[in-house]
Write a protein that binds this ligand. Structure first.
Ligand code: NAD
Length: 358
């Protein structure tokens, strides 16, 4: 049966990057036997304008029915003054929560052709290929109780709760080990077990789950050291697994080692491996409609979808190679430009990748 893929382009540059993703999918269907059915649905500001809701019931139902979702980006200044539940970004957060997408996978890969874009020395980052697996639906961002209180006559006080159940740690640990199995079988779990009880449990449970994955070499690292090591010597890492708060911060550090936001894909997976795939960047309203947005983060998200939801790692590799080939040919959108080259448009970059797949 064909895999059902739902396209949710969203706002700003969403349409432009999704158009290039579809070109790549069409090339894979035509030349490599990929068997998919494409559907599309409104989300974000576009959905608010059409239906008064950034995640209409019909879009959510189509997302539930799909095998995988390709998500562009949402948001824009024209919606920033709406009540919070009506804002485009709330549609995205609701979608993640409704679909139970608890595991966020963010690779940080430095293409050798773009080594100049990193702020670190070439020898420190050349060949970098890290995957961060972040828990996305628990931890201190969701833990109860939480409050900001106006103390009577005294100083204000606020608190949040970092809380993880054994079951929550088990499933993200499994996602980490499964990801490591598809890579070089090295997993580093990041916590703060020297100070936090929640991290002590995290470390115990990750170690227990690790007994089911004897092939994977498991190590543990405190988060402060991990932040330091990511900047000092990032190539020591292959796959990292960590909680929501630590993962939020570490994945942004890792992403910036590569220097360009237009190159970074991501995946958010549920317990069955169904996923939503989206670029890390936002809707880039400052360049929307100009044909200059870099479509590679979206195209690399397609590659992640092929690998993690459709079981087609072979085609994922073809897409990743095609991206490398396009860069080898000297194509550069404005965000990854160096001095000597002509700027490629979104259409030229997407077309080059699709052509390589013929
Ligand atoms: P952004 O990522 O949209 O843009 C930051 C800067 O990077 C801009 O100058 C933009 O032009 C540039 N940029 C981003 N992606 C690029 C690409 N592929 N090619 C070339 N240049 C690129 O972040 P922002 O400006 O802080 O936010 C804009 C809107 O997007 C806001 O409404 C925000 O809430 C929303 N947002 C959405 C998501 C999402 O949908 N997942 C994520 C982040 C921000």
């Amino acid at each position: 049966m064909s895999a059902r893929i739902l396209l949710m382009a969203g706002d700003g540059v969403g349409d432009e990057i999704c158009r290039e993703a579809v070109r790549v999918l069409n090339a894979l269907q035509k030349h490599h036997g990929l068997d998919i059915e494409l559907d599309s649905a409104l989300v974000g500001g576009a959905a608010y304008e059409a239906e008064g809701d950034p995640l209409p019931e019909s879009s959510l139902a189509r997302a539930r029915a799909a095998d995988a979702i390709l998500f562009g980006a949402v948001g824009g200044p024209q919606w920033d003054t709406l009540d919070r539940p009506l804002r485009p970004e709330s549609g995205l957060l609701r979608l993640r929560a409704e679909l139970g997408l608890f595991a966020n996978l963010r690779p940080a890969i430095l293409y050798p052709q773009l080594a100049h874009a990193s702020s670190l020395r070439h020898d420190v980052v050349a060949g970098l290929n890290i995957m961060i697996v972040r828990e996305l639906t628990g931890g201190i961002y969701f833990g109860q109780p939480r409050a900001l209180s106006a103390a009577d006559g005294g100083a204000r006080e606020a608190f949040n709760t970092m809380r993880y159940s054994e079951a929550e740690i088990q499933r993200i640990a499994r996602a980490g080990f499964e990801t490591a199995m598809q890579r070089s079988k090295r997993l580093c779990s990041v916590d703060k077990a020297n100070v936090l009880e929640v991290s002590q449990l995290w470390r115990e449970v990750v170690t227990e789950v690790g007994r089911d994955y004897p092939e994977v070499e498991l190590s543990h690292m405190y988060v402060d050291n991990a932040a330091m090591q990511l900047v000092r010597s990032p190539k020591q890492f292959d796959t990292l697994v960590t909680g929501n708060l630590f993962g939020d911060i570490l994945s942004d550090i890792a992403a910036m080692l590569t220097g360009s936001i237009g190159m970074l894909p991501s995946a958010s997976l549920d317990e069955q491996g169904k996923g939503m795939y989206e670029p890390v960047h936002g809707s880039a309203p400052d360049i929307a409609g100009q044909g200059t947005v870099n479509p590679l983060a979206m195209i690399l998200s397609v590659a992640m979808m092929l690998r993690y939801s459709l079981g087609r790692g072979d085609l994922a590799e073809k897409v990743e190679h095609a991206v490398g080939d396009a860069l080898n040919r000297g194509l550069r959108t404005r965000d990854i430009m160096d001095d000597e080259r002509q700027v490629a448009s979104t259409d030229e970059m997407g077309g080059a990748v699709a052509d390589m797949l013929q």
